[in-house]
Design a protein around this ligand. Sequence first.
Ligand code: MN
Length: 262
Amino acid sequence: MATYVVSDLHGQYRIFKQGLKDIDLKDDDFLYVIGDVIDRGNDGIKILEYIRRHKNMDLLLGNHEHMMLNSVDPFGGEECRGIDTDLWIYLNGGLQTYEKYLDLTPKSRKRLFSWLNNRYVVKTIEVNGKNFCLTHSFYTEKCVNKRCSELEYDDAWDIVWKSMFREDRSTRADNIYKDLPYTFITGHVPVHKARRDYGAEEDFNRLETFTVGNMIDIDGGCAYLCRFGMECGALFLRLDDMKVFPVRMIRDDIPIMDEMMF
Ligand SMILES: [Mn+2]
């Protein structure tokens, strides 16, 4: 019975399936996907549906799912007029996801919306006597183990958008999280960027997790599209023994809308 986490798949279905094969996920294992399944790549809706249908997987929301929830019609209609519509469709690569979403029947759209809206934003778990806090990006006490539907827009926004690996120094991992009794597992900021911003004396183009204090970044940069000489892909992490299973992108994985890079 092992527990795995992965983040920021950004529509890369091949990477997702390859990762499941590599970790050899069993029925009594569990995989947490900690946000940003959709956008940038083309198959986000397909991955969301795959997670929704499997009992040994769950999703925590990322900023991309949060934007989608605040753009599309909660009742399965075709309209996209929520408060995040411009941010999602025009600025964050939501268009191809929205087009795939429209291919679903109204009933399936409504079911997907309601499932998404009932996912956690921050979740604490214990594995092998060790306490982990899973979050797409940020931490506030009031959001711990709360589902998106239970939270105000601004409270969920803080969790999925703010980052411990960027912003100002007051939100940085080595400042305000070090006294909390968890190992934090987050995504949102690709490890290459986090490693560079922290001035790590390493080859920051490697596809490898990045640890600062009690926080581990596992965003392998599926949204980066192998540009700038970086090794991109997904980082599946087994929490039982902290073994990392990297899945590298290849040129064929590059999404069609490649102008949408960040
Ligand atoms: Mn993100």
